[in-house]
Ligand binder design. Structure first.
Ligand code: SF4
Length: 122
């Protein structure tokens, strides 16, 4: 079995920031084993290999009311166009997100003159 072990991963789930998570990645069988995480953290990490996870970008076709798979470059260009053309851009982010990803989101919100909000407003 081809396994890769990733160590000292920080868990962004509850705010406790456990930073000694280990992931054993079984690439061949698309499975992971999560070590040192609580049940909630382990469940979130297991979503990485969930069959529910969308693995390729999708672009909505409004005329056909459906979504189609797209290449990453096309999807990122489309996302940038939507954000750049928005009158009042809203970036909804933050929950279970790393500090690095939040930093990028905050910079994007500032650049766009938009609003950054999180799930705490639900
Ligand atoms: S492993 Fe559990 S306790 Fe630790 S940060 Fe993640 S969710 Fe919180």
């Amino acid at each position: 079995m081809a396994e890769k072990i990733f160590k000292d991963i920080m868990c962004p789930v509850c705010g406790g920031t456990c930073d000694d998570i280990e992931i054993v990645w079984d690439e061949e069988n698309r499975k992971i084993e999560v070590r040192n995480a609580c049940k909630m953290g382990a469940a979130k990490f297991n979503e990485i290999v969930s069959h529910h996870r969308i693995m390729s970008p999708l672009i909505a076709d409004k005329e056909k009311a459906e979504k189609r798979e797209a290449e990453w470059d096309e999807a990122l260009t489309k996302a940038a166009e939507i954000l750049a053309n928005a009158k009042r851009p809203l970036l909804f982010m933050g929950a279970e997100t790393s500090c690095e990803a939040m930093t990028v989101g905050l910079h994007m919100g500032e650049y766009l003159g938009g609003i950054v909000d999180s799930n705490s407003t639900i």
